[in-house]
Design a protein around this ligand. Structure first.
Ligand code: GLA
Ligand code: ZN
Length: 688
């Protein structure tokens, strides 16, 4: 294990910089190639590799035999070359012999199709055979390699995900349900089975909710309660696999941190729950060229939020292309660097890639890599990575462990996401992340750091908390929110909130249910506007559209801030504000334009004392990390062209190696990056 972890959960790569490198698959290559790989790694500044991600078949050629000779050799070569290792457990793709001998390890898809051997991420999490052999392999790897001095972290499995509807899963679902509800009476109640005569008299009557039972299209269901519980159950099933391997490696290496690579806003898994069992968060960032920079930033902030703002690992990104998009466009020159620093700006303490060498066969042969099929260092991609490696060395471990000082937060909740999008009505266009992203972008565009938090996180550190479409209010959370507002917080809620409890059962007595007193309103009806149709309203002298959903409401103590302008509900409130104790609770009864969200968040941030860290410049992202008495501001120019700006405070531009005084002119090239080190005390505008 590395000394000098600093404040980061995992150590610096070569002791000098953020871990830099990534997935390396020497097992796919003859040994003659390995030494050349080592030469190229050193040239590029690679100091850390993720090994053994898909090697189960090689490590266990049959049920009784394990064979580690080749991995021993690889580990020895990596050690000799002073590279750190993130060692994967290889359990994300089972061997063919296992599928043949024990078909139970194969998944059943939502349409009832039983898979044969093939692909990856293909094992049923509730197969006892899979459970037994995955844990056994993890344990054997830990026993054999746990003492390696260059072992930096364990990487369990790979991108857990997918689904299964086999009989083993159904049986496990029944166990999960019995533990949760104890009696069939309670189960019938929470699923509201008196609807359509679904009453269950025996647990065995319960089917897994797939296309043969409650689902009628992917993602649509006739019984939301059943489908919601299956999602929770399945996320828990994969989590149990992860936990079992976690225990297996921890038995040998209690001090080596353990992770699995997450995927940002990945709907099937409740990462907020998963994060409790991870020593540190790591994730794979694969935006395409059209992904807005704000969306990538939002994913990073979600990942950072999973462990209370702790730095995370960027486990994978492509050096240039992917292979799995319809159009696998190249990352333009400078963009790989820009996206690497964007990750760091939002809390990443590593810059890792998939992959180090491009394979010759199968579906990832055209996926980007440090070492291309040409096999040498004279490529654009190699040069760009080499330059980044050298730059990271220059930066050292400076901002490693640094935190993002956010005073505003957006609440995100997986159960809410699942339940909202299962809900039949009011609009098929209502998507949780669309609403989250609209608020997020409003903060992002104004250089206001924001945390993405869960219902488990404390609200007290924040002056402003936005809860987009809080459709489901979990038990007691209404009180948490009320206390937050009473004590001086500003909270924002939107349309279609407070509708159901944790079982997706409607809270009776008028919407927004448990949030009604806090918000001081009663929403009587909601009008879903078809695409292209709009109502409108005027707030603080500016006109904005009302789209998607228009809540029609009555004031019950709240103050009307704006009213609809047309239709039969013209002149009724659309935007309200309720004062409660020392704070304020806002309700935005419709979906409006990006301009509205910008103006609205700008006003609320100012009124609640949340400050931007730099005057906004279009297309230039400004983010910040701080540690002890220092702060690092990251200027990320997402524009193709350069921009000129004025230094708002004195600082050291680390990549340029020069100092600026306040008032100096600065130039940031197209797709360029500036890391600006300032003293925390000089940041009068910074709200923390
Ligand atoms: C994922 C996986 C990798 C690889 C890349 C390709 O992130 O974890 O094994 O398949 O995608 O983009
Ligand atoms: Zn299964």
């Amino acid at each position: 294990m590395l000394q000098n972890r600093g404040t980061s959960i995992f150590g610096p790569g070569d002791g000098q910089k953020l871990p830099f490198g990534g997935d390396y698959n020497p097992e796919q290559w003859p040994e003659e190639i390995w030494e050349e790989d080592m030469r190229l790694f050193h040239l590029a500044g690679v100091d850390c590799v993720t090994l053994n991600v898909f090697s189960w078949a090689a490590l266990q050629p049959d049920e009784e035999t394990y064979s580690f000779e080749r991995l021993d050799k690889i580990m020895e070569m990596i050690r000799r070359n002073h590279l750190q290792v993130i060692l994967a457990t290889s359990t994300a793709a089972h061997p063919a012999w296992m599928a043949r001998k024990y078909p139970e390890v194969l998944r059943v898809e939502m349409n009832g199709m039983k898979r044969r051997f093939g692909g990856r991420h293909n094992s049923c999490p509730n197969s006892p055979v899979y459970q037994k052999y995955s844990v056994a392999l993890a344990g054997k790897l830990a026993a054999r390699y746990g003492k390696s001095e260059n072992l930096m972290a364990w990487h369990i499995n790979n991108e857990y995900g997918g689904e299964c509807y086999c009989e083993n899963c159904r049986q496990a679902f029944l166990v999960w349900l019995k533990e949760k509800y104890h009696t069939l009476e309670e189960l019938n109640r929470v699923w509201n089975t008196s609807f359509w005569g679904h009453t269950f008299y025996d647990w065995e009557e319960i089917a897994a909710p797939d296309l043969r039972s409650e689902h009628f299209e992917r993602g649509r269901t006739m019984f939301q309660g059943i489908s919601l519980d299956y999602r929770r159950f399945f996320s828990d099933s994969l989590l149990a696999n992860y936990q079992a391997e976690y225990r297996a490696v921890k038995a040998y290496t209690p001090d080596i941190p353990v992770t699995t690579n997450l995927m940002g806003f990945y709907k099937p898994l409740d990462y907020q729950k998963w994060s409790r069992y991870m020593d540190f968060i790591s994730w794979d960032n694969y935006p395409d060229n059209e992904t807005p920079a704000a969306v990538t930033a939002m994913n990073h902030d979600l990942m950072r939020g999973l462990k209370g703002g702790q730095p995370f690992a960027l486990m994978e990104q492509t050096p240039s292309v992917t292979n799995w998009l319809s159009y696998n466009a190249l990352k333009r020159p400078g963009v790989m660097r820009l996206l690497s620093y964007q990750a760091a700006a939002h809390g990443a303490d590593s810059i890792l890639f998939f992959q180090m060498r491009r394979s010759i066969g199968a579906c990832e042969k055209y996926h980007g890599a440090l070492i291309d099929h040409a096999g040498h260092e004279h490529t654009r991609v190699f040069r760009e990575m080499q330059e980044l490696g050298a730059e990271l060395k220059k930066l050292g471990t400076s901002f490693m462990g640094g935190r993002v000082p956010a005073r505003a937060a957006i609440l995100v909740d997986w159960d809410n996401w699942w339940a909202l999008e299962y809900s039949a009505g009011p609009s098929c266009d209502l998507k949780y992340l669309d609403e989250v992203e609209r608020y997020y972008s409003a903060f992002y565009e104004q250089n206001i750091p924001v945390d993405l938090i869960s219902v488990e996180d404390a609200l007290a550190p924040y002056s402003l908390v936005v809860c987009p479409v809080l459709y489901m209010v979990k038990p007691g959370y209404d009180q948490v929110l009320s206390r937050y507002v009473e004590q001086g917080g500003t909270a924002v809620f939107t349309f279609f909130s407070g509708i159901v409890d944790e079982h997706d059962l409607v809270t009776l007595g008028g919407y927004p249910g448990k949030l009604r007193t806090l918000l001081g309103i009663w929403v009587e009806e909601s009008d879903a506007l078809p695409l292209g149709m709009a109502n409108g309203f005027t707030w603080r002298k500016k006109h904005y559209p009302a789209q998607l959903l228009c809540d029609i409401m009555h004031l019950e103590g709240a103050k009307e801030e704006a009213a609809y302008e047309s239709d039969f509900y013209a002149h009724t409130p659309v935007l309200t504000m309720n004062t409660l104790g020392k704070g304020k609770a806002w309700y935005v009864g419709t979906r409006s334009s990006r301009e509205f969200y910008r103006d609205f968040i700008h006003a609320l941030a100012a009124e609640s004392g949340v400050k931007e860290i730099w005057t906004p410049i279009p297309g230039v992202e400004v983010s910040i990390r701080q540690k002890d008495e220092e702060a690092w501001m990251f200027f990320l120019n997402h524009n193709p062209d350069g921009v000129e700006m004025t230094a708002e405070l004195a600082g050291n531009s680390l990549l340029e190696g020069r100092r600026y005084k306040a008032g100096d002119r600065l130039f940031l090239p197209g797709k360029g990056v500036m890391i600006y080190q300032v003293a925390k005390t000089s940041m009068s505008r910074q709200g923390s």
